[in-house]
Write a protein that binds this ligand. Structure first.
Ligand code: PBG
Length: 324
């Protein structure tokens, strides 16, 4: 049937009908809020390139988590800034390390919260790379060992989900094994499966103090040109035991999210990363766009592309709008 019998505008004239035929629903259940833990008491360091985000000492982080949960966001993703760094990130492999302490404190105070622990070494190494350096490059298998250790300590302090973001080969399998050997077989792994070597991580590296001191991450993170390779990464992670797979960043990779959802029957997460967040904030501050409207449009597009879960620094703001 064509015009004039078919008029697609008929379903757009009335807001209730528009909602009725809306194909994508954003929900607070889908959102994960990233937070940054730092040593000290009563510390709230603004992250300049990410307006509204802070490095928080554990006392304030617990308070922030209460606010996040009150807004209806039930999941947080934790990163840490350690007191000291070392060559291999061993500083992060103890139940007394910064994020492990934060998890212990949050779990003590808040019941219904889902804590996701980001597993990586870049915040904890002197050189800022995601693993142990041998011959000027991150050594895959040695790094996998530290990642597995770090993961186990997260499970021991009560993390609900383990999320490796390093892009080493074989790390999902190694983490699954160490968790299972230690009776943590119930803890899911959300793998950063298709993580690209992206310019959009700039503000995060200020937040986590994790910029590489030499070179770049091109030998472990993916080339932005590739999507077939992303499917191979996802397939391998699923084979190694990933329960949720992630595509990161989100906006320049909506096609990868779409393929991931359609080619694999598994929950897909997308990381709406720091640079994507900061672009919205910076342009909104100049009054060049309506920040809240663009935020909701972006989050809806990530969901529409096929993502079940969205990690975003907009989580609380978006939840507050959804609550209205
Ligand atoms: C750690 C890690 C990074 C991000 C999440 N985990 C940074 C990186 O790879 O340099 C980026 C998140 C963001 O930009 O919001 N490997």
């Amino acid at each position: 049937m064509t015009f004039p019998v078919t008029r697609l505008r008929r379903l757009r004239y009335n807001g209730i009908i528009r909602d009725m035929v809306s194909e994508t629903q954003l929900s607070r259940n889908d959102l994960i809020m990233p937070l940054f833990a730092i040593y000290g008491k009563n510390v709230k360091n603004p992250i300049k390139s990410m307006p509204g985000n802070y490095q928080l000492s554990i006392d304030l982080l617990v308070e922030e988590c209460k606010k996040v949960v009150d807004a209806g966001v039930k999941s947080v993703l934790l990163f840490g800034i350690p007191e000291k760094k070392d060559e291999s990130g061993l500083i992060a492999c103890s139940t007394d390390s910064i994020v492990q302490r934060a998890i212990t404190a949050i779990k003590k105070e808040i019941k219904d919260i889902n804590i996701i622990a980001d597993v990586c070494n870049c915040e904890y190494t002197t050189h800022g790379h995601c693993g142990t350096i041998i011959d000027n490059d991150v050594h895959n298998d040695l790094t996998v060992e530290t990642l597995a250790k770090q993961s186990l300590t997260f499970a021991q302090v009560g993390a609900d989900i383990i999320a490796p973001s390093d892009m080493m080969d074989g790390r999902v399998g190694a983490i699954r094994s160490i968790l299972d050997e230690n009776k943590f077989e119930k803890i899911p792994i959300m793998s950063y499966s298709a993580k690209y070597a992206s310019g959009f991580y700039g503000p995060f590296r200020e937040a986590a103090e994790s910029a590489p001191k030499f070179g770049n991450r091109n030998t472990y993170q993916m080339n932005p040109s590739n999507s077939d390779e992303a499917m191979r990464e996802i397939e391998l992670d699923i084979a190694e035991g990933a329960d949720i797979v992630m595509v990161k960043p989100a906006l320049s990779y909506l096609d990868v999210i779409y393929r991931a959802k359609h080619e694999f029957n598994i929950p897909v997460a997308a990381y709406n990363v720091s640079g994507e967040f900061s672009m919205v904030k910076a342009t909104a501050q100049k009054d060049w766009i309506d920040g809240a409207r663009v935020m909701m449009e972006i989050l809806t597009s990530i969901k529409r592309a096929g993502s079940d879960i969205i990690i975003t620094y907009h989580a609380v703001e978006a939840a507050n709008l959804l609550n209205k």
